[in-house]
Design a binder for this molecule. Structure first.
Ligand code: AMP
Length: 423
């Protein structure tokens, strides 16, 4: 389906064509017409599906057709990176219109606060904001919310994970009840449905497959002991000399520096940098810019970057550890193979990470190939699912000396009290 078929105005169509969007993606095809009719929308879609344009185009179409007076549209997102990125896409789409927009997020200097305040007091049309900073402005009383007619909650599952639910409820208290609300989430966990039920009115449900990595991503994993991980990175890089853009994810901020230093020490002359939420905002932007420009070959990041951040041409994502939340795996892996391209994702699984990876495989409904660890790195731990492990031993209680006692599942003799444990 082409964008002309949506019956949107010329100014938007021109911008869309400048952005090289030719055909609508599946979520755009399903959700844009419904949203343009003014319905509330509840969409289950991961990043990389084109969901940003799905809510931006109907909002801009309404503002161009029906006029925009002051603050009309609020987009709430979990992270500042996502706020900046959505605002950039918004500026692209609205280039030939009079619509104004501003990204509002925290963690920066007083000057930015003043700019944000000015955006509110001067009646900027579309605000893309993170919850905490938005509330800080709302509480000061100068934000006029009575014209708001569009509300978008993007990455709603992430916002709940990050503990923003109370903030979101507070924000809702400031916004007119009569409005169009669109909610996007990669997963539809019960809490998301509960939130949706309480804020959406007769929403149109749109589901773009369950959260699964895009088709173009080649996924693989290594069973590996923690001390073998850096050498394994060296091995992978040696095998793929053409790769010029590699993203390494780790769950812990603390590990970032040590990974960066170990790679620098092991591979002479390699351009590697780290990024985490501890960095100052402008530092984060500089690091991202250098990575986007391919001046940095390897970027080591926490999950802050895994959601929504759109960097084209990443050849390889390495999960230095297995993310706690299975949906984060999909987001991390989704950083490669954006929009129909090909990419590779390799996960390092230590013995302790096996249960988390089993949950991931069940979420993506796929068993990820476990590659043999190169012999020179030593012996790898064995991949054994919790189900396979429990076939071997079962825990029945403590001995009188306080130690745990295990019985083989099939051994009746060894467990006289319970009889046949197979029953
Ligand atoms: P999103 O899921 O909104 O983060 O979009 C992922 C990437 O796909 C972004 O770089 C978008 O600019 C791009 N994109 C979204 N929709 C289209 C489309 N219909 N045609 C081409 N690129 C698109």
């Amino acid at each position: 389906m082409t964008f002309e078929e949506f019956n949107i105005n010329e100014k938007l169509l021109e911008a869309i064509s400048y952005m090289h969007f030719e055909k609508a993606s599946p979520i755009q095809e399903q959700a844009i017409p419904v949203a343009m009719e003014g319905h509330d929308v509840l969409a289950c879609a991961q990043t990389g599906t084109g969901k940003t344009a799905t809510f931006l185009i109907p909002i801009l179409e309404d503002l161009v057709q029906n006029g925009a007076h002051g603050f009309t549209s609020l987009i709430v997102v979990p992270t500042r990176e996502l706020a900046i990125q959505i605002d950039q896409e918004l500026q692209g789409f609205s280039y030939f219109t009079d619509t104004t927009s501003k990204a509002v997020y925290g963690g920066d200097k007083g000057m930015d606060w003043d700019d944000q305040k000015r955006a509110f007091t001067e009646g900027t049309n579309v605000i893309v904001a993170t919850p905490g900073r938005l509330i800080a402005h709302l509480r000061l009383g100068y934000v006029k919310c009575n014209n708001i007619r569009h509300l978008v909650l993007d990455e709603a599952d992430r916002m709940l994970d990050m503990g923003f639910i109370d903030d979101i409820r507070q924000i809702l208290g400031y916004i007119p009840k009569k409005r169009q609300t669109m909610m996007f989430s990669a997963t539809m966990a019960p809490e998301i449905r509960k939130l949706a039920n309480s804020i959406l009115v007769n929403p149109q449900m749109i589901s773009i497959a369950i959260a699964k990595p895009a088709e173009g991503v080649k996924q693989a994993a290594y069973m590996v002991h923690p001390y073998q991980k850096i050498n394994l990175i060296t091995h992978i890089l040696a095998q793929n000399p053409d790769y010029d853009s590699i993203l390494i994810f780790t769950s812990t901020k603390k590990l970032i520096n040590s990974i960066v230093h170990s790679i620098r020490k092991t591979i002479q002359g390699i351009e590697v940098e780290g990024i985490s939420s501890d960095f100052e905002q402008n530092e984060r932007e500089d690091v991202l810019l250098r990575f986007k420009a391919k001046q940095t070959k390897i970027l080591v990041a926490t999950d802050v970057l895994s959601r929504g951040i759109d960097i084209k041409g990443i050849n390889l994502v390495i999960n230095f550890d297995v993310p706690r939340d299975a949906a984060d795996y999909v987001h991390r892996v989704g950083r490669t193979a954006r929009a129909d391209a090909k990419g590779e994702a390799i996960t390092f699984i230590s013995e302790a990470d096996i249960p988390k990876f089993v949950r991931i495989e069940s979420l993506i409904e796929k068993s990820v190939e476990k590659l043999p660890l190169p012999a020179e790195l030593g012996e790898a731990p064995v991949w054994k699912t919790p189900a396979e492990q429990s076939k071997k031993k079962r825990f029945y209680g403590k001995r009188s000396n306080g130690k745990r006692r295990f019985f083989k599942k099939n051994s009746r003799k060894e467990n006289p009290r319970k009889g046949n444990t197979n029953q």
